[in-house]
Design a protein around this ligand. Structure first.
Ligand SMILES: Nc1ncnc2c1ncn2[C@@H]1O[C@H](COP(=O)(O)OP(=O)(O)OP(=O)(O)O)[C@@H](O)[C@H]1O
Ligand SMILES: [Mg+2]
Length: 388
């Protein structure tokens, strides 16, 4: 709910703080596989991250690396999802592949843990998950038309979202909808509420989607590329709107984007994904000041504002691998100019660096070399930033 509530209401809404309850989302070893005509797609293959209340996590990586599927899996929104019971000690990937091959009952399978507070979203009932979706957790989908129905008035869609999760009258729901629209900066909200989505510009539709996502005052907002289709000015407005709403309501945000510039603006922490796995995970400043994975160097190096020689050095050659048959060893190794034998044989796990336990990376290159390279790249990046 985006309405301003009085002090009494606020007290009733705020859960009593207890020590150690800052962690809102804790995802451990998430895997999601799909059965397709071409074989099993390992779309997410062992990803872990967490998010504190009121904070923002950025998930970045090239197209197809598993960003959307990671979050859709947590919300149980993959097509025809199934579940399996694992025997003690069994290999999870093998069991998942076997289960998908043997059944026609489901075409997607997610395993691992995804704690939202004390509930594991991967094992709660479908009905509980439906309750959580649009209530405690809201999502802005990558495809705007997934969220907005083109033939239903904007107001009616907002009102329905309120009524679905709250025991209030239609009149009250309408009042909340008007306020929600006003909150996201739609002028003359009480009139515009009766418009259809096509009567709004792209930027305004994006605002409506944010209003829709926030109307039930979720604890967690998942925003999948919410500004990608917008011009830079509108993008900046939407990002600052999201920041303001986050400050006002204490909402935690998972921001999915391929744009490291957006991440720098909004995120507290970053997960860099490559080919269905996390390559690096760190507080946002560390990603820019001390990036520790060759793939992150590549991403930083290919930011458009880098126009120096470093850009040529840093452009990532080749394409991400197929998730049907990922290469052996480190999945980035075929594109990595630093790769050596071990990288082509063994799959690196995400490990904390020796200098910062909150900064993890999955790369066999020795830390000394990586720190040296990081310094070189950051220097070039900083020079360019200064020149911009
Ligand atoms: N329903 C599905 N069935 C089969 N494969 C899928 C399905 N959904 C996604 N995939 C595959 O899973 C992988 C990860 O997809 P995902 O949509 O998460 O990528 P992404 O990182 O969000 O990319 P983008 O930046 O383009 O949105 C891709 O290889 C994609 O083709
Ligand atoms: Mg996506």
């Amino acid at each position: 709910m985006i309405t301003d509530t009085g002090p009494a209401d606020q007290a009733a809404q705020e859960p009593a703080a207890s020590p150690g309850d800052e962690l809102l989302l804790d995802v451990r070893d998430l895997r999601t596989y799909f059965k397709t005509d071409d074989g099993i797609v390992k779309a997410v293959d062992g990803v872990s991250f967490s998010l504190e209340r009121g904070k923002t996590l950025g998930i970045v990586g090239e197209s197809g690396c598993g960003k959307s599927v990671t979050m859709l899996s947590i919300l149980g929104l993959n097509p025809k999802p199934g579940s399996i019971d694992l025997e003690e000690g069994a290999s999870r990937p093998d069991a998942m592949i076997r289960a998908l091959r043997e059944t026609s009952k489901f075409t997607s399978l997610s395993t691992g843990e995804a704690y939202f507070g004390s509930e594991d979203l991967l094992s709660v009932s479908r009905s509980r998950l439906r309750e959580i979706r649009g209530g405690e957790i809201a999502m802005i989908f990558q495809d705007p038309m997934t969220s907005l129905n083109p033939v239903i008035k904007i107001g009616d869609q907002l009102i329905e979202a309120v009524l679905l999760h709250n025991d209030v009258s239609k009149k009250e729901a309408r009042a909340r909808a008007v306020e929600a629209l006003a909150d996201v900066g739609i002028p003359r909200a009480e009139r515009r509420i009766d418009d259809y989505p096509h009567q709004f510009s792209g930027g305004m539709r994006q605002r409506v989607m944010i209003a829709m996502a926030l109307i039930n005052d979720p604890q967690l907002l998942i925003a999948d590329e919410p500004t990608t289709a917008l011009d830079v000015t509108t993008q900046a407005q939407i990002l600052s709107l999201m920041r303001k709403l986050q400050e006002d309501h204490g909402t935690a945000i998972v921001m999915i984007t391929h744009d490291l510039g957006v991440v720098a603006e909004v995120a507290d922490e970053v997960v860099v994904m490559y080919a269905a796995r996390a390559a690096e995970r760190a507080p946002v400043n560390s990603i820019y000041e001390q990036p520790m994975h060759p793939y992150t160097w590549g991403l930083l190096g290919s930011l458009p504002r880098l126009e120096t020689d470093v850009e040529r050095l840093m452009q990532i050659p080749g394409q991400p691998p197929s998730l049907l048959r990922p290469p052996p060893g480190c999945r980035f190794s075929p594109r990595c100019s630093y790769a050596f034998d071990r990288c082509r044989r063994e799959l690196p796990e995400l490990e904390p660096t020796t200098f910062d336990p909150t900064h993890s990376q999955a790369c066999f290159l020795d830390e000394e070399t990586k720190l040296g390279e990081a310094r070189r790249i950051v220097r070039a990046f900083a020079v360019d930033e200064g020149a911009a």
